[in-house]
Design a protein around this ligand. Structure first.
Ligand code: A3P
Ligand code: MG
Ligand code: MG
Length: 366
C-alpha cells in the first residue's frame, strides 16, 4: 500500500483560499517545571514587556532543559481529549488529531525545500491520528548540529536565547497579582523549558475538521468568560536585528512559520524580540498575525503565500482521508527537496504506539 502526493508544481494551489474555521479552544493541559502533566491551565503565563538591553545568554549554564529525545507520542493530547469527552459525553468530531507542529510542517511544504519530515499515522474510529516519527526527529537534530556550523555563538546557546526571551517577557500571574520583586528579578530567574501550557483546539481547513494540540507562550490579558470566544494569546519569538534589505527578506521568510504556527491555534499576536548578533535584546515589536500575509504579499517577490499554504493543506488532508482508509500504521514522509510526499504502510495491523491503551479503552466504553 503506497501513494504519492505531488508537491510540484505549486501553481495549482494558487487562487482564493479554501474555507478555514476559526480555531476554538476545547481543552488545555500543562506541564510543570518537572514536565509533569496535568489537565488545565496551571502553567499559563502572562505577557509582560521585557527590559531592553538584557543579555539573552545570561543563565545558559543553569538552563533546565527538557530532554526532548524521548518519544511522547500523542499521549498528553489523547489524555486531554479523554477528559474532555468525559465532560461532554461524546466523541470529538475531528477527522484528524495531531500536534500543531505536524500541521505546520505540512502547511509549509510548498515553500520549504530544505527540511524533510516523517510522521506515523493510523485510522481509528473514522479519525486519522498523526504523530511525529521520533527516530527521524532525533536523527535530523543530530545532523543539524553537525552540518550547520558557522561563525558566532554555539547552536545550543542560540536556542537558549528563545527560552530566555520567554522568561524575560512573561509572568506566572496577571500584572496586578504579581509581586514587584518577581517582575524586577526576571533577568536572574532560572530558565526552564520543561514547563508548558498547551491549548487543544477544534479547527478546520477545507473539508477537514482538525483537533490540534500545541504550546502557547503567553496570554495578553485573561481568558474570556465565554467558552469558544477568541483568546488574546501571544506567541514569542526572537530574531536577529534587521540591518539591511537582505535581513528583511530573511525575516519575511521566517514570518511564514510564525504565521502558520499562530494561525493554526488562533494566536492573534506575535511579539518578536530583536537581538544583536551576539544575543543582546535590542528591540521588541508586536505583529498582528492576520496582517502577515498582506505584509509579505506587498513586497516585489514574495517568498511564500498564505492562501497557497492553506490550499495545499486542504488538498493534502483530503488525499490523506482517501489514502489512509484501513487499519495498520502508515508513514507520511517527505525527503528533503523531494517533489512529493509519500504515504505507505509500515505495519499491517493495529495502531502501533500512536494510540495509548487508556485512550483505546476509553473509546471502547464510550
Ligand atoms: P525562537 O524561535 O524565539 O528562537 P517557539 O517559538 O515555538 O515558542 O519555541 C521557543 C524556542 O524554542 C525557540 O525560540 C527556539 O529557541 C526553540 N526551538 C523551537 N523549535 C525549535 C527547533 N525545531 N529546533 C531547535 N530549537 C527550537
Ligand atoms: Mg512556544
Ligand atoms: Mg515562541
Amino acid at each position: 500500500m503506497s501513494a504519492q502526493f505531488p508537491v510540484q508544481p505549486i501553481g495549482r494551489f494558487a487562487g482564493a483560499s479554501q474555507p478555514v474555521r476559526r480555531p476554538k479552544e476545547i481543552a488545555c493541559f500543562s506541564y510543570n517545571e518537572n514536565h509533569e502533566f496535568s489537565i488545565g491551565d496551571s502553567s499559563m503565563k502572562w505577557y509582560y514587556t521585557p527590559q531592553l538591553g538584557a543579555d539573552l545568554s545570561r543563565g545558559f549554564d543553569t538552563f533546565q532543559k527538557l530532554d526532548d529525545s524521548k518519544d511522547e507520542h500523542l499521549d498528553s493530547l489523547l489524555t486531554t481529549i479523554v477528559s474532555h469527552e468525559k465532560e461532554t459525553g461524546k466523541r470529538i468530531d475531528a477527522h484528524f488529531v495531531t500536534w500543531r507542529g505536524m500541521m505546520t510542517k505540512i502547511m509549509a511544504t510548498p515553500f520549504d525545500n530544505q527540511d524533510g519530515f516523517e510522521m506515523n499515522a493510523t485510522l481509528y474510529q473514522d479519525c486519522i491520528f498523526i504523530e511525529e516519527n521520533n527516530a527521524y526527529k532525533v536523527a535530523s537534530r543530530r545532523n543539524e548540529g553537525q552540518n550547520r556550523r558557522r561563525h558566532g555563538p554555539p547552536l545550543e546557546v542560540m536556542q537558549f536565547w528563545g527560552y530566555k526571551f520567554e522568561t524575560l517577557a512573561t509572568m506566572p500571574a496577571p500584572w496586578g497579582d504579581t509581586e514587584r520583586a518577581l517582575i524586577e528579578n526576571r533577568e536572574s530567574e532560572v530558565v526552564n523549558n520543561k514547563a508548558q501550557y498547551c491549548s487543544v483546539v477544534r479547527t478546520g481547513i477545507g473539508k477537514a475538521i482538525l483537533c490540534l494540540g500545541g504550546e502557547v507562550d503567553a496570554i495578553w490579558d485573561s481568558k474570556p468568560a465565554q467558552k469558544g470566544s477568541p483568546i488574546n494569546w501571544v506567541e514569542l519569538k526572537t530574531s536577529a536585528e534587521i540591518r539591511g534589505p537582505g535581513d528583511v527578506e530573511n525575516f519575511h521568510r521566517k514570518l511564514m512559520k510564525y504565521w502558520i504556527q499562530s494561525f493554526l491555534l488562533g494566536v492573534p499576536k506575535i511579539i518578536v524580540g530583536f537581538r544583536s548578533r551576539d544575543g543582546i535584546l535590542l528591540d521588541v515589536q508586536e505583529i498582528e498575525t492576520q496582517r502577515i500575509p498582506e505584509t509579505v504579499n506587498g513586497k516585489p517577490n514574495p517568498s511564500w503565500n498564505a492562501d497557497m499554504c492553506v490550499n495545499f493543506a486542504a488538498a493534502f488532508l483530503e488525499f490523506l482521508m482517501h489514502t489512509i482508509n484501513d487499519e495498520g500504521v502508515w508513514r507520511i514522509r517527505r525527503q528533503p527537496k523531494s517533489p512529493m510526499i509519500e504515504v505507505f504502510k509500515v505495519e499491517e495491523t493495529g495502531h502501533g504506539d500512536i494510540l495509548s491503551d487508556d485512550f483505546k479503552n476509553w473509546r471502547i466504553k464510550l
